[in-house]
Ligand binder design. Structure first.
Ligand code: FMN
Length: 326
């Protein structure tokens, strides 16, 4: 399946695994690359620059030198972006030339990355922001709908509609993300005239993701109602697993609280990392997750998930073309 996105990234399948805070480490990203997709290491997940550099070295080894990407999630608070230039230097030094940017004002960064001949895909949840990233030079766009696990922004539009609206508006390749977990959906995205998909939640049950088995076992029991969007009232919409922490946050939010600090540890990333991801206590922490988790029925190697999706996408595409011939 060749599309402008497979050609841009030099990959076999039109599937990107979006950056995952705490989780898209060397092992997972290498698994994506080795399965013919593209993946992005998240530098924010590491406790030190040295640990991030080690992850880059490990990924290089695991992919045997095949290209992989780095995710740069930009905060609206400048102080939270202080390490970004160091992360870029470390990545470039290790030969990384593919970056996924997300979040606030990527324009200056895109210019910097282009000076080193890097390819930048910018992820946005509105067509307006995506168009402005394209004007700033982004080489590709990932558009994410409100189904997305993690931070879909204040966007209320579903993925399918965003995709239909986006067609013909961009010069660069566009992939769609949010709620995608089956091959048929890949076929639908390609049928819409877009170039590929971006996936996060569906891949969380793969063997190469480092979370505790208990958490993955809970994930395979989830259905399409197992996630909830929180903090929308604060302009920081976050789609997460419906668990005890989510219920407590909902209560605080309903009481009209508008100050982030009032949520205390409930929204702490370290709590999610330590309790949910490391210890498997899935009731604790805000665990980014979207409803496409409903498609996950087994813990299995990433390669198996990708192969099933690609087979299904191919079958759907040929089913549609034979309909035309009958
Ligand atoms: C556990 C998890 C962590 C995420 N962390 C980040 C992140 O740090 N930076 C980012 O740009 N996107 C992050 N995302 C969003 C994904 O990169 C991707 O856009 C999203 O998962 C696609 O939607 P889906 O979950 O419906 O497949 C995260 C998503 C999940 C599920």
């Amino acid at each position: 399946m060749k599309t402008p996105i497979t050609l841009l990234f030099g990959i076999d399948h039109p599937i990107l695994g979006g950056g995952l805070m705490w989780l898209s480490d060397a092992r997972y990203v290498a698994a994506l690359v080795n399965a013919g997709c593209m993946g992005f290491i998240t530098p924010r997940s590491y406790r030190s620059d040295e640990a991030f550099s080690q992850a880059l070295r490990d990924c290089n080894e695991l992919t045997e030198g095949r290209p992989f990407g780095v995710n740069l999630t930009l905060s609206h608070r400048p102080e939270a972006n202080a390490s970004v230039p160091r992360w870029i230097d470390a990545a470039l030094e290790r030969g990384v030339r593919i970056f996924e940017t997300a979040g606030h004002a990527p324009a200056a960064l895109i210019g910097t990355l282009h000076k080193s001949d890097a390819i930048v895909i910018h992820k946005a949840s509105s067509i307006r922001h995506a168009l402005s990233a394209e004007r700033a030079g982004a080489d590709a766009i990932a558009l994410v709908g409100m189904e997305e696990g993690g931070h879909p922004g204040v966007n209320e539009l579903p993925t399918m509609l965003l995709g239909a609206l986006a067609v013909d508006q961009f010069r660069v390749p566009v992939v769609l993300g949010g709620g995608i977990g089956r091959g048929r959906q890949i076929a639908a995205v390609l049928a819409q005239g877009l170039d590929g998909v971006l996936i996060g939640s569906r891949f969380l049950v793969c063997e190469e993701i480092s979370t505790h088995r208990r958490y993955k076992e809970h994930l395979v029991s989830c259905d399409e109602h197992s996630t909830v969007r929180l903090l929308h009232s604060l302009g920081n919409t976050w789609r997460v697993l419906r668990n005890e922490t989510a219920r407590q946050i909902e209560k605080v939010e309903r009481a009209g609280v508008t100050d982030h600090s009032a949520f205390g540890d409930l929204i702490s990333g370290a709590v999610t990392r330590d309790h949910c991801y490391t210890n498997g206590d899935w009731e604790r922490g805000m665990a980014s997750l979207g409803p496409s988790i409903a498609f996950a029925r087994r813990i299995e190697p990433l390669q198996a998930i990708v192969a099933e999706m690609i087979n299904e996408a191919r079958e759907s595409i040929s089913g549609l073309s034979s309909m035309e011939q009958e």
